[in-house]
Write a protein that binds this ligand. Structure first.
Ligand code: GLN
Length: 540
């Protein structure tokens, strides 16, 4: 039977619970264990799919088409284990399942309550879809003490009680502040947070203390004593220089060792930290820089394009160059400023997006990249904008647009009606916005001798999608005659998946989101190639 590790957080949010869970998962996996990581989110949205990136950061998409919390992206990048739909749940999803069941009369007249019905559904999630995993790491979103997270905390308490101490472990991550004025490290917030957790019936087995400075032995002893945790299980995590150092740092702090010791297990093989050491060194020692412009609506919010930022950094690592991201808010990009704003960039990227705001700025920037032969990568909405730009300025279809943005335009981008998923025809809609897009992995066939085929070194690829609209394929010949090639198509030849320009060194648009599949240890070929082209442009 699997062993369950529950990770809660206290004192403040954004302490890096996701990164800690992901690092632990890597360390256990690397020692020969089969690991799964999952996330429970206490908010009422059924999934984060309809949430604005301003609110919640990026929406991550899994192979099987779930729109999930961005922490699942961290997990995938650190462990290379593909997350599934069954790895993320929200309070909204739990309630919607329960209410559906209640309406069908499945509770046989009982009063439906948080305990046991909500907690039972959470427990079902925790153990669902598990086969021969050795460890299941479950992170609980939010901080202990929040009203929203109470049912989750209660459910993991019940769960641990059911499976027993030898099959369950509680890790609590807290903040240990350093007060400059008194030159002191303070343990009181940690004590309070653990007290709160214990009042809910959970005694943590390991406490991870996030701190700016290393915690002296005396303070560790204090935490151990007041929080009732053995001193070896008070583990510190001091701010790392790059996130790629996190697995190394947790290993040095013996997090994995203490977890294995708790379960009376031995490593099945020696941990391999060499890939992380190698990329940490590359990241810290690379001095040469190049500028890549990201032009989007949410650029000023740190996590809004998390996977994309990461993928570009990965592309930089594989080319031994530091990628400096120049974030430009699309609605501030007026045609007159384009020259000035984009003068020092060696590559332009337009990411995915929704809605009209800022689109004209994006289109002008694409024009600039096309005419000045600056490497360009358009992702999803970015590709759609590149198609509109080309239709307007090269094919001279002045009112070319997307039916998402303008009902009266000439729709070179149109609402998707149907697509083929594993032989089944699925229909798109824009009536209900949650979970109704073309989502998850789809195949694309790549044209022989195209740039994209050279990049992927393959005739067929599988990439993750998240969009409602598609390029209108009926104009394919017109586009191709003027130099925009539809170099990737869905297997049934109906949906354009990739466009590229014939007379341009590197101009590619993709309907999917390659960033979700990039890993620090295996950078995505599209990003490596884009950065390589930008480096070439920069050196010219
Ligand atoms: N808004 C566009 C669509 O729905 C693009 C979506 C995206 O960029 N992810 O098709």
């Amino acid at each position: 039977m699997a062993r369950y590790i529950f990770v809660t957080g206290g004192v403040v949010s954004s302490l890096g619970k996701g990164l800690s869970s992901a690092s632990l998962a890597y360390l256990l996996k690397s020692q020969g264990y089969k690991v799964r990581i999952r996330k429970m989110d206490p908010y009422l949205n059924v999934d984060p799919g309809t949430m604005s990136p301003f609110q919640h950061g990026e929406v991550f998409v899994t192979n099987d088409g779930a729109e999930t919390d961005l922490d699942l992206g961290h997990y995938e990048r650190f462990t290379n284990i593909s997350a599934k739909k069954s790895d993320n749940i929200t309070t909204g999803k739990i309630y919607s399942d329960i209410i559906k069941k209640e309406r069908k009369g499945k509770y046989l007249g009982k009063t439906v309550q948080v305990i046991p019905h909500v907690t039972d559904r959470i427990r079902e999630f925790i153990k669902g879809d598990i086969t021969n995993e050795d460890f299941v790491i479950c992170e609980i979103g939010g901080t202990v003490g929040d009203i929203e997270s109470l049912p989750f905390v209660e459910a993991i308490r019940q769960f641990a009680n059911e499976v027993g101490k030898n099959k369950s472990l509680f890790i609590h991550l807290t903040f240990v502040p350093f007060l400059k004025s008194s030159d002191e490290i303070k343990t009181k917030p940690t004590q309070h947070s653990v007290k709160e957790l214990r009042s809910l019936g959970i005694q943590p087995d390991i406490i991870i203390c996030r701190s700016q400075k290393s915690i002296p032995l005396d303070q560790r002893k204090k935490i151990s004593l007041f929080c009732n945790v053995s001193i070896e299980n008070v583990i510190e995590t001091v701010d790392v220089r790059t996130i790629y150092e996190a697995p190394i740092s947790f290993y040095n702090e013996k997090l994995d060792k203490q977890v294995l010791k708790y379960f009376k297990l031995k490593p099945r093989k020696k941990v391999d930290l060499s890939p992380w050491k190698k990329i940490t060194k590359t990241v810290l020692n690379t001095k040469k820089k190049l500028n890549i412009a990201i032009i989007g609506k949410y650029v000023n919010l740190k996590d809004a394009y998390k996977s994309l930022d990461e993928a570009l950094i990965h592309g930089g690592i594989s080319n031994s160059i530091k990628v400096n991201l120049v974030r430009i808010e699309s609605d501030k990009l007026k045609p007159k400023q384009i020259n000035k704003l984009l003068k020092n960039v060696s590559g332009i990227l337009i990411p995915g997006g929704f809605g009209k705001r800022g689109t004209e700025g994006k289109i002008s920037a694409i024009s600039f990249a096309r005419r000045n032969k600056i490497p360009f990568l358009g992702i999803c909405f970015g590709m759609q904008m590149a198609v509109i730009e080309f239709a307007r300025n090269t094919l001279k279809i002045k009112n070319a647009g997307s039916s998402e943005l303008d009902k009266k335009c000439y729709p070179v981008i149109g609402l998707l009606n149907e697509w083929n998923k594993d032989g089944k025809i699925l229909k798109g809609t824009n009536k209900d916005l949650g979970g109704t897009m073309r989502l998850g992995l789809y195949e694309a066939k790549l044209r022989h001798n195209s740039l994209i085929e050279k990049i992927y070194k393959s005739k067929s690829i599988l990439e993750r999608h998240r969009h409602r609209y598609e390029v209108n394929n009926s104009l394919k010949n017109k586009f191709e005659n003027k130099g925009m090639i539809f170099s990737g198509m869905s297997p049934d030849n109906k949906l354009p998946e990739i466009i590229e320009l014939k007379n341009h060194p590197w101009f590619i648009g993709v309907q999917f989101h390659p960033e979700f599949k990039s890993r620090p240890l295996t950078p995505h070929p599209l990003f490596s190639s884009f950065i390589k082209a930008a480096k070439f442009y920069n050196d010219k």
